[in-house]
Write a protein that binds this ligand. Structure first.
Ligand code: SF4
Length: 109
């Protein structure tokens, strides 16, 4: 399975996403159900309030991802304990746009 990960732009300067790549490759944590996955896209939401996330999800689907994955910096607030206040809206907007073209996974680790 190929996945595209969307991360929080607010945390990208303090986190290189190392654990996301490790968990995806090993099929652990959020990837226990899918098994090991190949990350073929790793983008940010584009900055608050995340309006670019929908377009970026569409591009990753065009490039062949089977799943759009929200990094845990968005849904769980890792590593600073500050989850995205726009997460639910961003996820719903992407779900409405991509429909059945890709599954959505809410977290990474
Ligand atoms: S919209 Fe959410 S995920 Fe995007 S930069 Fe702002 S806090 Fe981070």
């Amino acid at each position: 399975m190929k996945v595209g990960i969307i991360r929080c732009q607010q945390t990208e300067d303090i986190c290189p996403g190392t654990t996301d790549f490790k968990m995806a490759a090993a099929g652990l944590q959020a990837f226990e159900e899918t098994g090991p996955v190949e990350v073929i896209g790793f983008v940010s939401c584009g900055g608050c309030p995340g309006k670019r996330a929908v377009a970026r999800a569409k591009i990753m689907i065009e490039r062949g991802v089977d799943a759009i994955v929200f990094a845990s910096c968005i849904s769980k607030g890792n590593p600073i304990g500050f989850a995205c206040p726009h997460f639910a809206q961003m996820r719903d907007a992407i779900r409405n746009r991509v429909g059945s073209e890709a599954i959505i996974i809410d977290w990474t680790h």
